[in-house]
Design a protein around this ligand. Sequence first.
Ligand SMILES: [Cu+2]
Length: 130
Amino acid sequence: MKPRYIWIGILIIVAALLAGCSSAAQTQEKSTEPVKFTLETTPAPPVAGKNEIILKLEDQDGQPLTGATVDVSADHTDMTGMTMSGPATEQEGGKYAITADFSMSGTWKITVYVRKEGLDVKKDFDLKIP
Ligand SMILES: [Cu+2]
């Protein structure tokens, strides 16, 4: 008798896990990215010193996202407290640009904040300066 009870218990646990998985997958399907980010630099690849960071933003339908407020922060992840930030300037075609002076090589975490009407999203990029 005892082993049978154990099996029933295991089956209930497996059923609960499967239910958890399927509901998680459903929520993922629903949350399509509201903004598509493309990050480019001039020069490419980026160098130590001044670079232009260009963010190309598209909405859910693949149309250029214009009229947004875009702020960019850069954090030298190899060190603490080495962070800079500023607003990006809108250009044509859903592009936003900001000049960043990377005083040191290494990995910089670029965080982009996009706000427009009901939209408030952010995205991180890792930029490696050789
Ligand atoms: Cu540094």
